[in-house]
Write a protein that binds this ligand. Structure first.
Ligand code: NAD
Length: 247
């Protein structure tokens, strides 16, 4: 039997990509929900919720998920840390996969970045910078994926949010030892590119992922939906779904 999905943001680019391939992943979209729809009326007729909408829409969907006990997959990005924590708190009683990026390749990039950041740590001579590129319609910056890459580097260096420098202009002065650079490029129809660079003296290491089709995110979200239904309450990442946890 196919798993029934309530899809929040069904008319968006990601919503359409998910709807197109749902049947190939043993899923069906039982409740396509967009701005004008009432999700509460449809919630009982689904096994799992997938949210790819707008940061402001996630909280009310999370409330509904928690009240109805339905597992949830969140792909929406752009929540500030307070809103994110509020959503995590309300979702405590149910299983949730929350990922800034659902592609297998990007989750491998997270894994490799953890390894590289551990070796090229704060005591090393390597300066980390994160670059991301997306289409001209993307609303938030840096991307959820870039945020995660920055977090991985911050964790490995015990750095703070203040150490992350978003873009540089004017006369920012010499690069500080603790700086982690973050740069967002927007234009055209770029689906998504992320590079983590460790610039040393006499050499530079770059780890790059290029997405060319949003189907990779849609397939990952459906994989996560099928997986999360089987899990106990908890907050999971796509690395949990793929078995890619850093050892
Ligand atoms: P989009 O703008 O094309 O679609 C968003 C949809 O959400 C629209 O149809 C909009 O009408 C709908 N929406 C807005 N408010 C709503 C509400 N209150 N209830 C229901 N629907 C509502 O955007 P997109 O490119 O499809 O991306 C959606 C989100 O997913 C963004 O935050 C984007 O950054 C993120 N995203 C995440 C991944 C990932 O792998 N995690 C990949 C791609 C995009």
């Amino acid at each position: 039997m196919k798993n029934k999905i309530l899809l929040c943001g069904s008319k968006g680019r990601m919503g359409q990509a998910i709807s197109k391939i749902a049947s190939f992943h043993d899923c069906e979209i039982s409740a396509p929900i967009d701005q004008e729809d009432n999700a509460a009326e449809k919630i009982n007729d689904c096994d799992v919720i997938i949210d790819f909408s707008l940061a402001d829409a996630t909280f009310s969907m999370a409330e509904l998920a928690a009240n109805s006990g339905k597992p949830m997959v969140i792909g929406t990005t752009g929540h500030d840390k307070y809103l994110k924590q509020k959503i995590i708190d309300i979702l405590a009683p149910i299983p949730v996969v929350w990922a800034g990026n659902f592609s297998t390749g990007v989750n491998l990039l997270f894994f490799l970045t953890q390894q590289a950041a551990r070796i090229l740590d704060a005591s090393s001579d390597y300066d980390p910078e994160v670059l991301e590129m997306h289409h001209r319609l993307k609303k938030d910056a840096p991307s959820g994926t870039a945020d995660r890459l920055l977090q991985i580097i911050k964790d490995s260096r015990s750095s703070d949010d203040e150490d992350v420098i978003h873009g540089r202009s004017g006369i920012p002065g010499e690069r500080k030892k603790k700086e982690i650079g973050s740069h967002a490029i927007r234009g055209g129809d770029i689906v998504g590119e992320h590079t983590v660079m460790f610039a040393g003296t006499g050499e530079r290491i770059e780890l790059t992922h290029r997405a060319t089709d949003r189907v990779i995110f849609a397939a990952g979200a459906l994989k996560a939906a099928n997986w999360v239904i089987q899990q106990p309450a908890g907050l999971y990442s796509m690395q949990d779904v793929l078995g890619l946890k850093d050892k």
